[in-house]
Design a protein around this ligand. Sequence first.
Ligand code: HEM
Length: 179
Amino acid sequence: MKGIVFTEFLDMVENEFSYEVADKIIEENSLASNGAYTSVGNYDNAEMIMLITSLSKHVNTPAEQLAAHYGKYLLNRFFILFPHFFTSVSTTFDFLDTIDRHVHVEVKKLYSDAELPSFETKRISERKMQMFYRSGNPFACLAGGLIEGACEKFNEKITIKKDISADHMSATFTLTKED
Ligand code: HEM
């Protein structure tokens, strides 16, 4: 998993919890990286799972909820770091349609060692769309949070039904636009 996902995660922990908690979750796991992440480096996915699991223990919040919360945070960071992906579209559905066929394709050009999930989208109607997540990694809750973050960014009231597989490596998200 790319270092940017780790560096942003630790920044969130420092900002929203504390520097001490960030330090603790690094210290109590025997991480091959020692927690010294650089945004362009590549690290074992298992380290992200260890960090979230430790955070969950310290802040007494389920890991799945923290992963989703991080997804929302990360979407806001992507908006700042990669604004051009957001300027060519004006709705959540149009943005989500671009992830698999454009955004992650560009990410792969930028970081050739990135391991990206596949995201098929299906328009059911003008107000309803489905997104199918499939990955070699168990990050479906993170994906759900990224989707929620996108709905907020485009300022649309959208209900998201999340059907996540037990191994968290696949999910179906059904989005319904309210008004
Ligand atoms: C501007 C928007 C976005 C950018 C720049 C971006 C970029 C990235 C990058 C750099 C990674 C790390 C790849 C690796 O670890 O090797 C990643 C992973 C991921 N992205 Fe995106 N992404 C964006 C939007 C989204 C959105 C909206 C979703 C959800 C619909 C999403 C879902 C994911 C997931 C779930 C992963 C973790 C890897 C996995 O599950 O296999 N991304 N993305």
